[in-house]
Design a protein around this ligand. Structure first.
Ligand code: EPZ
Length: 417
C-alpha cells in the first residue's frame, strides 16, 4: 500500500485541469449494458473505480478498451451475474442491476456490503424495480432479480432522493414497456449526464435535473460517442487546496455552475472564486472565517465535499458547524485532522470546528475516498511533514493527484508504505 509524503506550507500557484467525473462515468459505463452497438466514451478518468467497472463489464460479457481518456465498449453475449468479490470492492457495482433486468430479464448481483461511511442499503432500488414487475430473492448474499417479460413502466415515488436508486431505475426504465415517472428523483448533475447519454443512444427521457423525471421506454438503444462531464467534487477539492495554502489556482474544464452551493459557502468563508475565459480562479481573499454547513441532496451542499470544507474550516477564524445529513458515519477524517492539530468536537451527525492559527504535520490514516482528500488538503497547509497512509482510497477518485499538485508547487511524493 502506498503513502503520500507532503511538506506543507507552500502556497499553490498554477493551473489544474479537472478530470472527467467518477460519479458520472460509473453509471454511464454501466448503461452501456443496455446498448447492443459499440459506444465510445471520452474524458473518462483513469481511476481505480473505473478499472473495477470495466472489469465487471468484462465479466458480464462486454468487451472494452481504455486508451488515454477514451473507453470503447461493446456488450456482446451478456451474462447476468455480478460476483461478490468484485461488488464488495465497489458499491456502485449495484448499478448493473437495472441494465441487466432491462436487457436480460434477470440479474444476480451480490448485495453490496456497507462501507466506512455507512450501511448504504439498496432497498429503494429493489422496491422501485418491484413496482416495475421484477421479483427478488436473497440467496447467500446475492440479489436474484427476475422479470422474464422485461420491466414495465410505473410511477415510482422515492422516499429519499437516492442518487444510485435514481440512476438504476432510470437505466431500467429506458428499455421498459411504457412510461416510467420517477418522483422525488435525485437532481445531481451526474444524473443529468447519465440521462443525456441515454438520450444520445435513443432513449426518451425528460425532466432530468428536476425531481420529476419521465421516461418513455423504447425497444432498443443505439451506439454513440459521448464525453463524460468534468468532476465537480475533484474541482471543489482543488478550490479548497488553493484557499487553505493561500495560493491561486486556475481550474480548467471546471463545472462551475454545478458547484453553486460549494462556491457560495467558500465565498462566505472569504475565498475569492470567479469564472474567467480560461477557467475558474480561486484564491484566499482576506482571511478565512468560519461558516455553518449542512449537507443536503443537490442542489444543496454536497456530502462529498463535507470532509474537504472541514479541512478548510480548521484554519478559519472563529467557529464552524457542519451537519452531515446524508450518511450516518461520515466523520472518519475528524480524528485524523485532530492529529494535525485541528480543534473539532463531534456530537452525533454534527461537528463543531474551532479555527486554529496553524496545523502541524503528522502521520495520518486515510479511511475513505473523501476523508483522504480532506487529509491531503489539510497536509498541504500544515507546517512540516505529513504522511497520509492507505492512499488506495484516494486513487479511487482523484486522477494523478500528486502530479497535479506537484505541477502547482506542492511538495508531495508517493512512496510504497
Ligand atoms: C452516490 O452514492 C455517490 N456515489 C456518493 O459518492 C455520494 O456521496 C452519494 O451519491 C450522495 O450524493 C456514486 O455516485 C458512485 P444515495 P449512493 O443512494 O448512490 C441511503 C463518493 O465519495 N439509501 O443517494 O450510494 C444511503 O444509505 C461517493 O464519490 C437507502 O437508505 O447515494 C445514504 O444514507 C461516496 N436506501 C443515502 O440514502 C437506498 O436504497 C444517500 O444514498 C439507497 C440509499
Amino acid at each position: 500500500m502506498d503513502k503520500l509524503i507532503i511538506q506543507g506550507g507552500v502556497p499553490l500557484n498554477g493551473r489544474i485541469r479537472v478530470s472527467g467525473s467518477k460519479n458520472a462515468a460509473l453509471p454511464i459505463l454501466m448503461a452501456s449494458i443496455l446498448v447492443d452497438e459499440p459506444i465510445t466514451f471520452t474524458n473518462v478518468p483513469r481511476l481505480r473505480d473505473i478499472f473495477t467497472t470495466l472489469k465487471l463489464l468484462n465479466i458480464l460479457g462486454c468487451v472494452s478498451t481504455f486508451e488515454d481518456d477514451c473507453v470503447r465498449v461493446e456488450s456482446c453475449d451478456l451474462k447476468h451475474e455480478a460476483p461478490y468479490e468484485l461488488v464488495k470492492t465497489m458499491r456502485a457495482s449495484v448499478l448493473c442491476l437495472g441494465p441487466l433486468l432491462a436487457r436480460l430479464g434477470r440479474a444476480k448481483v451480490s448485495l453490496p456490503g456497507g462501507c466506512a461511511i455507512g450501511a448504504r442499503p439498496v432497498d429503494m432500488h429493489l422496491t422501485a424495480f418491484e413496482r416495475m414487475g421484477a421479483t427478488f430473492d436473497l440467496d447467500s448474499g446475492n440479489i436474484m432479480g427476475t422479470c422474464e417479460h422485461g420491466l414495465t413502466g410505473a410511477h415510482i415515488q422515492f422516499p429519499f432522493p437516492t442518487v444510485g436508486g435514481t440512476e438504476n431505475v432510470l437505466m431500467g426504465a429506458a428499455l421498459a414497456r411504457g412510461e416510467t415517472i420517477l418522483e422525488n428523483a435525485a437532481r445531481e448533475p451526474e444524473i443529468t449526464d447519465l440521462a443525456n447519454f441515454l438520450n444520445a443512444c435513443g432513449a426518451r427521457i425528460t425532466g432530468q435535473g428536476t425531481s420529476i423525471i419521465r421516461v418513455q421506454g423504447v425497444d432498443r438503444l443505439t451506439g454513440c460517442a459521448y464525453r463524460i462531464m468534468p468532476d465537480r467534487i475533484e474541482a471543489g477539492t482543488y478550490l479548497a487546496a488553493a484557499a487553505i495554502t493561500d495560493g491561486e489556482l486556475v481550474l480548467e474544464d471546471c463545472p462551475f455552475h454545478e458547484l453553486d452551493a460549494v462556491v457560495t459557502k467558500m465565498r462566505e468563508m472569504g475565498v475569492w472564486i470567479n469564472e474567467r475565459e480560461d477557467g475558474v480562479v480561486a484564491r484566499r481573499g482576506t482571511e478565512l472565517v468560519g461558516v455553518d454547513v449542512m449537507t443536503m441532496p443537490f442542489p444543496g451542499f454536497p456530502t462529498d465535499m463535507q470532509a474537504q470544507i472541514m479541512a478548510l474550516m480548521t484554519m478559519a477564524r472563529g467557529s464552524s458547524v457542519i451537519e452531515e445529513t446524508i450518511f450516518e458515519n461520515r466523520f472518519m477524517h475528524v480524528q485524523e485532522l485532530v492529529r494535525l492539530g485541528a480543534k473539532i468536537r463531534l456530537s452525533g451527525r454534527t461537528a463543531m470546528v474551532r479555527g486554529v492559527e496553524s496545523l502541524k504535520g503528522a502521520p495520518v490514516m486515510a479511511s475513505d475516498l473523501r476523508a483522504s482528500a480532506s487529509l491531503v488538503v489539510a497536509a498541504l497547509a500544515a507546517r512540516g511533514e505529513t504522511e497520509v497512509l492507505r492512499i488506495y482510497h484516494l486513487d479511487r477518485g482523484y486522477e494523478g493527484i500528486e502530479k497535479k499538485l506537484t505541477n502547482v508547487g506542492a511538495r508531495i511524493r508517493r512512496v510504497p508504505e
